[in-house]
Design a protein around this ligand. Structure first.
Ligand code: AMP
Ligand code: MG
Length: 330
């Protein structure tokens, strides 16, 4: 059934969603969701809402997508006219006036750097470029290219002036990349829009960054199953959530292999190399931004340090799959 107000919207029968290694496990036959999927932020986003007036739900979903598309336009590293691209082009030379939204998310990204001892660091941007994760052709860079990029890496290179809302980089090679946090931020904003439109129950899934609003049909908690990326079809764990977010960072999303070794898009800002040893980290938290930043941070920090960080933060749950097959649940 196509709704005229929004060309992409359609209602779905059943709940057999499969999405980025995450299963939504809910009973069937208890009302039809209004659901839409769009390409967004270099991945796919699906919003499904349950219950309530259909026309109002359609408008709510459209408004939520509009907001996420706006956010993509602000933070995209692929669009040279985005605010972040403009900061990257100039902030190594002079103070750049930032919009409040970019300024505040940069501040919060720096906060995640400080609590993760620099493991989460949006200044990995030069490394993302040399490893080719910004271009379509990924390749093994030479030692000099990594060392050269590393000169600009380090969150302490970011100077933020809260009075002027300006951003400056202390190093000319510094650039910022919001890939590890912007999707979570966008999901939180989409959740706010849905809630402001009176939506009580639904799911937002932006490339594995999810928010579970309210309850699943039957007034039960949402059951989100994380699929084993190695043994497809098997679940690693089932989270039961209500008004909570969940985010997965994995080495199987964007990567390339040379000589049987996998190089993934999550980079250790100290060594300049893609992180090894972990297949995936899933974090459940109150906000999608927190879950997004922490799943990336814990992926970089590894088992010992990462779980110590998790223990220091109230209300989060962590699932970690190691390359040696061990599964850790905290
Ligand atoms: P995620 O899938 O949320 O773990 O984010 C991975 C993305 O975050 C990458 O594609 C990069 O854009 C960016 N990124 C890579 N390494 C880091 C890091 N150490 N800290 C913060 N962001 C990173
Ligand atoms: Mg992340």
């Amino acid at each position: 059934m196509i709704f005229k107000k929004c060309p992409y919207l359609f209602a779905l029968k059943g709940y057999g969603l499969f999405y980025f290694l995450v299963f939504i496990l809910a009973g069937c036959g208890q009302g039809q969701p209004v659901k839409e999927t769009r390409a967004l932020m270099d991945t796919f986003c699906e919003i499904s809402c349950y219950g309530g007036d259909k026309d109002k739900t359609v408008s709510a979903i459209c408004a939520a997508f509009k907001e996420m598309e706006r956010i993509e336009g602000v933070f995209s590293k692929f669009n040279e006219n985005s605010e972040v691209s403009k900061i990257n082009a100039l902030a190594g030379l002079e103070k750049v006036a930032a919009g409040e939204e970019v300024f505040k998310l940069t501040e919060r990204a720096v906060y995640y750097s400080s609590i993760s001892n620099g493991a989460f660091d949006i200044t990995v941007a030069p490394l993302m470029e040399v490893w080719g994760f910004v271009r379509s052709h990924k390749s093994m860079p030479d030692k000099e290219a990594i060392e050269n990029a590393l000169e600009g890496v380090g969150y302490k290179n970011i100077e933020l002036d809260p009075k002027e809302l300006s951003v400056k980089f202390f190093n000319k090679k510094t650039k910022i990349d919001f890939g590890g946090i912007a999707k979570g931020y966008a999901v939180d904003r989409a959740r706010d829009i849905l809630a402001a439109h009176g939506i009580k129950n639904g799911l937002i899934n932006l490339g594995g960054n999810m928010f579970a609003l309210g309850y699943a049909p039957g007034n039960k908690k949402w059951k989100i199953g994380v699929e084993d990326p190695i043994n497809k079809g098997k679940l690693l764990h089932r989270f039961e959530l209500t008004d909570m977010a969940i985010s997965t960072s994995g080495n199987y999303e964007r990567f390339f292999e040379i000589g049987g070794k996998r190089y993934s898009h999550i980079i250790n800002p100290v060594t300049g190399f893609p992180c090894q040893g972990i297949v995936s980290v899933t974090v459940a938290a109150d906000s999608a931004e927190q879950a997004d930043a922490l799943s990336t941070a814990i992926f970089v920090m590894g088992e010992k340090e990462g779980l110590n960080l998790a223990k220091s933060i109230k209300g989060i749950k962590v699932l970690m799959l190691k390359e040696d097959g061990r599964l850790i649940l905290y």
